[in-house]
Design a protein. Structure first.
Length: 329
């Protein structure tokens, strides 16, 4: 059963007529190492939860900012997220960032990709630029010892779903060509504005399948995006259905991070407006519930909230997430 609330995009060819590739071409997932029940059915309250944030300052200042607000894991931009110019930090800056993050942060580093990237674009020039930028960014993120480069797959525009998803697969093949690094390329769940790719779990299945379930790839959840795309993670039953669908379509072995954001808009609104934890339509109880799911609890949780003083992710949001994680249900 689909967990969505009935909202669908106007382009029915995407979601109804051409959703699946030829079933005979579906490639079964590679077997990644799974945690045993004993490993995840832990005494949850003796287990540290990795709560972190997107921190300003890039490789020069993000580690200090993360420490200041009590983040255990950090996400950064490397260069401007709204410009095509390739970031080119100096070697000594990269080495200093790697040393500082390793010594001062207990959790992993993530890099957020450029917002201009659109691998599904109808424009050949836009796709060329997107491939080039992502190709460079992935290798740069790897040189910074990042665990993942998180990016938005893009928007189909006037293209059919089959055309758009084929374009994404071809583009990712080019990005990954010859890449032997450890940093994964993580496709982020989208809120569903327009004709975006990545607002239904089956779309990630199609991309991963089209690339032979390449273990250089993965998925990043965003709680605000999920909720706005129609996945009812705010209710107990809705969260269960959402998790069941993700496991069925993709599998939790492919999830590597969660962006933790409340939502300024109600379920299925298809708008990407983040709110502080507990101040939006998702609510504190829902975040507590998610943090008590063993398979989600072990993920890095990265805040991208406006902050209670509108200065970005802050200690108050991080402390609240930790409180919810260790609060008895």
């Amino acid at each position: 059963m689909n967990t969505k609330n009935g909202n669908r995009k106007a382009n029915s060819s995407k979601l109804e007529q051409s959703k699946r590739s030829d079933a005979s071409k579906i490639v079964e997932p590679r077997s990644l190492k799974k945690k045993t029940d004993a490993e995840i059915e832990l005494n949850q309250f003796d287990t540290e939860v990795m709560i972190g944030a997107h921190a300003i300052g890039g490789i020069k200042g993000a580690v200090a900012k993360a420490e200041e607000i009590g983040a255990h894991t950090v996400q950064i931009f490397m260069g401007s997220p709204q410009m095509w110019k390739h970031p080119s930090p100096r070697l000594e800056e990269l080495e200093s960032f790697k040393s500082d993050s390793k010594q001062r942060l207990p959790g992993p580093v993530f890099v957020h990709g450029n917002y201009l990237v659109n691998l599904a674009s109808y424009s050949l020039e836009n796709r060329r630029r997107s491939i080039g930028h992502l190709h460079h960014a992935l290798r740069l993120a790897d040189s910074a010892n990042a665990q993942g480069l998180i990016f938005h797959p893009g928007s189909a525009g006037t293209r059919t779903y089959r055309e758009a998803i084929g374009g994404v697969i071809e583009a990712l093949e080019a990005v990954l060509d010859g890449y032997k690094g450890r940093c994964r390329l993580l496709l982020e769940v989208c809120a569903g504005q327009g004709q975006t790719i990545g607002d239904e779990f089956s779309e990630f299945r199609d991309i991963l399948s089209g690339l032979g379930f390449d273990d250089r790839l993965g998925v990043c959840w965003d709680t605000c995006h999920l909720f706005n795309a129609g996945y009812d993670i705010a209710s107990d039953d809705g969260l269960k259905r959402t998790m069941e669908e993700f496991e069925r379509e993709v599998g939790f072995n492919w999830l590597f991070a969660v962006h933790a954001n409340d939502s300024k808009h109600p379920l299925g609104a298809r708008k990407d407006r983040h709110e502080n934890i507990g101040e939006g339509y998702i609510g504190r109880e829902a975040f507590q519930r998610m943090l008590h799911q063993p398979v989600l609890r072990t993920m890095p949780w990265i805040l991208e909230v406006p902050g209670f003083e509108n200065k970005g992710p802050d200690k108050q949001n991080i402390d609240l997430m930790r409180q919810l994680a260790f609060m008895r249900k």
